[in-house]
Design a protein around this ligand. Structure first.
Ligand SMILES: C[S@@+](CC[C@H](N)C(=O)[O-])C[C@H]1O[C@@H](n2cnc3c(N)ncnc32)[C@H](O)[C@@H]1O
Length: 302
């Protein structure tokens, strides 16, 4: 049982009273007060369950709830999956309530609650981040999320999206308040922007390849060269730090296609290549390097 939320500050109460429905958070011009960007409104249990399911939380994860309220998401994750979980909230009342709730739930040793402004917090070791903020707040937080979270980190947000960073998945939950809540899911994409180069043996010769990419969050477009020929790059799939694409180029008067797969780590991609028309052919190792000067932040607003 969660501890009852008593003693709401007058301004929180005033904020809640202006909401269309006190059971859910509404996007409205919330007057900033002492750094609070969002009032406290708890996520219903069934939505917490869906957030943890959609984020595929499992043993070994490290979960952060940004604006943790009474700690319910952090506590549910620690209790259900035995994982380390951290809640950050600017309100000392919420932090003390979260600590009490964690003790009642028997997970005090697994969780940590930090009183801090989430815009100043360090959550770079997260593998899962949960949020119930507002789209306007998510949007302001987005450059920090994209710059500081590791590629592959899963993000879920109750009700509020990230503007033009489209979710990878969305689900809808009917709550006990008989309303419907969206839960949005994203995987933090690796940054592939810039100019990449690599060499590959093609029979007795080495071929030099270049690739110029642009990126709109998880959507990557690219084109390149191999020797003097254009390299057409298609079917690009980026999932966290794993990139796959097909590259078509002319060689000795005929078109040849290769399937590339690799893991992005900073300014290198390492993986394998196979001919597209013979997926059973032995994979050849491939390693590309980026000119660091050509990389750009994923969120231009940073
Ligand atoms: C809508 S509640 C969500 C609570 C909890 N995550 C949940 O889903 O039940 C938002 C929480 O964010 C906190 N908050 C608002 N602005 C914040 C900020 N700048 N930094 C940290 N916490 C903040 C509020 O105190 C509130 O507890």
């Amino acid at each position: 049982m969660m501890k009852k939320n008593v003693g709401l500050g007058i301004f929180v109460l005033a904020g809640l009273l202006t909401l269309a429905s006190p059971s859910s958070l509404q996007e409205f011009p919330w007057p900033q007060f002492k750094g609070f960007d969002v009032p406290f409104v708890p996520t219903p249990t069934e939505v917490v369950d869906e957030m943890l399911r959609l984020a595929d939380v499992k043993a070994g994860d490290v979960l952060y709830d940004l604006g943790c309220g009474d700690g319910r998401i952090v506590i549910a994750a620690a209790k259900r999956f035995g994982i380390r979980a951290v809640g950050i909230d600017i309100d000392p009342v919420r932090i003390s309530e979260s600590n009490d709730n964690a003790a009642i739930a028997g997970v005090a040793g697994k969780v940590r609650f930090i009183q801090q402004n989430l815009f100043e917090a360090d959550f770079g070791d997260a593998t899962v981040v949960t949020m119930y903020l507002l789209t306007s707040v998510n949007r302001r937080l987005r450059p920090k999320l994209l710059a500081e979270l590791k590629p592959g980190t899963r993000l879920v947000s109750h009700s509020f999206d990230m503007g033009d960073w489209r979710p990878d998945e969305t689900s809808v939950v009917t709550t006990s308040f008989d309303d419907q809540r969206a839960v949005y899911y994203w995987v933090v994409p690796a940054n592939l922007t810039g100019r990449w180069e690599w060499d590959l043996a093609d029979g007795p010769r080495d071929r030099h390849y270049t690739l110029q990419t642009t990126q709109q969050f998880q959507v990557v477009t690219a084109s390149g060269t191999t020797g003097d020929w254009p390299l057409n790059v298609n079917d690009i799939e980026l999932a966290g730090d794993v990139i796959k694409f097909r590259a078509d180029a002319e060689a000795d008067g005929k078109m040849v296609s290769f399937l590339y797969e690799g893991k992005v780590q900073g300014h290198t991609i390492a993986g394998t290549v196979k001919p597209a028309d013979n997926p059973k052919a032995p994979a050849v190792k491939w390693k590309a390097a980026r000119d660091p000067k050509t990389a750009e932040p994923l969120d231009k607003d940073i």
